[in-house]
Design a protein around this ligand. Structure first.
Ligand code: SF4
Length: 422
């Protein structure tokens, strides 16, 4: 384990963890905006205008049950109205009080203003895979942009969501990493991605007819452990049964991290059977220091130890995400080193997902040759490690996290105008 950093850090302390994520000391702004800094191991690039962004409007999904009752009582609404609202939000997937026929018409505008301020709206939508993959670029209240991707498979439908605007981790091969971190998202902003996707599935907007959103993965923009509190508030409402949540099994929720050890430990203590995905991308510190700057704070030994502890606590196999980059981390030696590192723990505790890199335009990082991908996979299999080459859904629609946002932002900057539907 990475002793010195670990000993300094209380896993109970969100603020300390946020500092650990962003490599800075001191106060976290009230707004949820993370203090910035250009030195150290991490690029923590804040938007120039971050100071004026403030917090997203308070939404029903941000409120505890008590806060909802207090807000209702200030409006002189009886308690049962709060239950009705929860039913509309989580069961009917609606935020439009005009359609709440069990609510007196005279109350609807006030309910809308108090509980359901609009948090996200679609700026651009791209479809691929015959309409079964839908990528949406969302604009938030302050003009910030994030992405989500809905992927329908024969037996499940998975939504990949964002938890931060941009990302401060600075992985050089990643489009989101190039955008830097703007701010954390609120629980409401995170959950609105889920509600709208669940509603699209239910109404049959996604090719294949009406269906159900079954899986949620936190693999879009951002490092979920960098926004732990809002992410966990969202997770609890995703997996609680309706009408208090969306009723998606916790077993079908995946939280991906680049390796923020205190966050992994904290997640292990939540007692939820969530799947952990560790974005490893390299088997040695020498290589990972270059590909994942966070490795200089929590090295491969520390993150693998923490991930294995998570497996022991949750009994859920950990996913190891490994973006295959041509000539960089995709050779036989890397596969053998990876197998050795994972087999060191002795039990069948991981599932490796080598992912062909979805290259960003103009980048030196590019996808592996298919023959190298196959050989990488074979070496892992021969070493007794479960591994599946992840499909690259949406590779023809700027599918890697941050690519659509990056493209629309640069078009926006080039043309000096508001982004339009792609
Ligand atoms: S790969 Fe993940 S952690 Fe790294 S910069 Fe991109 S979004 Fe952030």
């Amino acid at each position: 384990m990475n002793g010195s950093v670990e000993e300094d850090m209380s896993v109970e302390d969100d603020r300390t963890m946020t500092d650990a994520v962003h490599g800075v000391e001191g106060e976290q702004a009230e707004s949820g905006v993370t203090p910035g800094g250009h030195s150290g191991a991490f690029r923590d690039v804040l938007a120039k205008d971050h100071a004026r962004r403030g917090k997203a409007p308070l939404h029903f999904a941000d409120m505890t049950p008590q806060m909802r009752e207090d807000a209702a009582s200030r409006m002189k609404l009886p308690r049962f109205r709060v239950k009705q609202l929860a039913n509309h939000y989580f069961n009917h997937l609606s935020t439009d009080p005009e359609s709440f026929t069990d609510l007196p018409a005279a109350l609807r505008q006030q309910v809308s203003d108090t509980f359901f301020p609009p948090l996200i709206h679609a700026l651009a939508v791209q479809k691929a895979d015959e309409g079964t993959t839908i990528k949406t670029l969302w604009e938030l209240f302050d003009g910030a942009q994030i992405e989500s991707v809905l992927m329908r498979y024969p037996r499940r439908t998975t939504l990949c969501i964002s938890s931060q605007v941009g990302c401060g981790m600075g992985c050089p091969f990643c489009a989101t990493g190039q955008l830097g971190l703007t701010r954390n998202m609120s629980t409401g902003e995170i959950l609105e991605q889920v509600r709208t996707a669940a509603a699209s599935m239910r109404s049959g907007e996604v090719a294949g007819g009406p269906g159900r959103l079954s899986n949620v993965v936190f693999m879009g923009m951002g490092e979920p452990m960098g926004n732990y509190k809002a992410v966990m508030q969202a997770v609890r409402q995703i997996c609680t049964l309706a009408p208090e949540g969306f009723g998606i099994s916790a077993r079908n929720i995946t939280i991906s991290t680049v390796g923020v050890v205190p966050g992994i430990k904290k997640l292990a203590n939540e007692g939820l059977p969530i799947r952990l995905a560790l974005s490893l991308h390299a088997p040695t510190d020498e290589l990972r220091d270059e590909l994942v700057p966070m490795n200089r704070r929590f090295n491969t030994t520390a993150v693998l130890d923490a991930a294995h502890d998570y497996y022991l606590a949750s009994r859920r196999r950990v996913s190891i995400e490994y973006a295959l980059m041509r000539g960089i981390n995709d050779q036989e030696i890397h596969a053998r080193q990876l197998a050795k590192r994972l087999n060191h723990y002795g039990d069948d505790w991981v599932h490796v997902n080598p992912i062909p890199l979805n290259p960003i335009e103009g980048s030196k990082w590019t996808a592996s040759k298919p023959e190298d991908e196959q050989r990488f996979l074979e070496i892992l299999h021969r070493a007794g490690i479960a591994a599946t080459l992840r499909d690259t859904r949406g590779s023809d629609i700027d599918g890697a996290c941050g690519q659509l946002a990056a493209k629309v932002q640069s078009r926006h900057a080039d043309a000096g105008q508001t982004p339009a539907l792609a």
